[in-house]
Design a protein around this ligand. Structure first.
Ligand code: CO
Ligand code: CO
Length: 341
């Protein structure tokens, strides 16, 4: 069963209508949000996965950055984290120590505290965090706040799934592999702080469902359509070369099938360019829906801080696109700057 099929099953969990639950199950959001009082909302999330890199310390960093990202995607600040560990008897304990050390370092970089955790024996290692964060209720950037006229900003380059495949096939250069690793291990903290300064309406992080899968969740929750300019997408180095070699993860095909005819791709897009749009991302960037003036400031301020963000498209009213909620154009238009490769 693919991840989408699983999430369909999970849709049948009874939905709570308690008014204190500001964000719950029904909008495919990154985290649950619970209103504590007029000025404070609690954010709760959990995320863990199997290794996608050989280095255990790097794996720990990536898994932690990915789990913390769901707090950042909601406009929150992480406070506390609990380790979730599955580990086999057959591997040396030093491997586990390195995973935990990588995770702890990221949590501390985020200004949060590891307050415990739980470990079970399992055939395959898995690691991640349950994270608790805090936000002002009016600043929560759920999926449902995208408005027609907003621009879409993406805060990390795409291609991690394809590059991970290329690394396994030993076809990616050391430099490109390092850059992908750095990108996956990077916190979305600066991006989240920039969006809070400039008032994004909606935000999600790009992970397993790929750019279009997560964009669709935001578009559906907000009742809008979106148009993405392919040429403006920031990419990890060597991504298109690997895609042309056919190193597309199986998850990308699942994502494409799931989205089906909700997406209209420009006929000028080559097959490998199309698949990039569905590439499952590990610890990807934030996708923001934000007014044009704010979008420019977010991109500029992040560039000054060394974060590669780009305007990648715009939010439209549903009436403009009919059934096709997402449209991808081949060429960038005036609002999205110069091609990024
Ligand atoms: Co998420
Ligand atoms: Co998540």
């Amino acid at each position: 069963m693919g991840p989408q099929a699983l999430s369909q099953v999970l849709r049948h969990i009874p939905v709570s209508h308690d008014p204190r639950l500001l964000v719950g199950l029904n909008t495919s959001d990154d985290a649950a949000v619970y209103q504590l009082n007029d000025g404070q909302a609690l954010i709760q999330t959990v995320d863990f996965f199997t290794p996608m890199v050989d280095d255990p310390y790097l794996y720990g960093q990536i898994a932690a950055a990915n789990a913390l990202s769901d707090i950042y995607a909601m406009g929150g600040k992480p406070l506390l984290a609990l380790n979730i560990v599955c580990f086999p008897d057959c591997l040396p304990h030093t491997v586990l120590e390195e995973i935990i050390r990588g995770g702890a370092e990221k949590v501390s970089e985020a200004g949060a505290i590891i307050a415990g955790g739980h470990t079970v024996r399992d055939a395959e290692p898995k690691y991640g965090l349950s994270v608790t964060g805090l936000a002002r209720p009016e600043q929560i950037t759920a999926n449902a706040g995208a408005m027609a006229g907003d621009l879409l900003v993406l805060t990390k380059p795409l291609g991690t799934g394809i590059i991970i495949n290329g690394v396994k096939a030993q076809l990616v250069s050391a430099r490109a592999a390092d850059e992908a690793a750095r990108t996956m291990a990077a916190l979305n903290r600066l991006a989240s702080e920039a969006m809070l300064r400039h008032g994004a309406g909606a935000c999600t992080d790009i992970t397993g469902f790929g750019l279009l899968g997560h964009a669709l969740e935001m578009a559906e929750a907000s009742g809008v359509a979106m148009e993405i300019d392919f040429a403006s997408l920031p990419l990890l180095p060597e991504t298109m070369e690997m895609a042309r070699l056919g190193l597309i993860p199986a998850g990308a095909y699942n994502n494409r099938e799931y989205l089906g005819d909700l997406v209209k791709l420009d006929e000028g897009l080559k097959p490998e360019e199309q698949m990039l749009l569905f590439d499952p991302q590990t610890s990807g960037g934030l996708l923001l829906s934000i007014a044009a003036s704010g979008a420019a400031k977010v991109v500029d301020e992040l560039a000054e801080q060394g974060v590669r963000a780009a305007v990648i498209g715009r939010v439209l009213g549903r009436e403009a696109t009919g059934r096709q909620v997402l449209k991808v154009k081949r060429y960038c238009s005036a609002s999205s700057g110069t091609p990024n490769r």
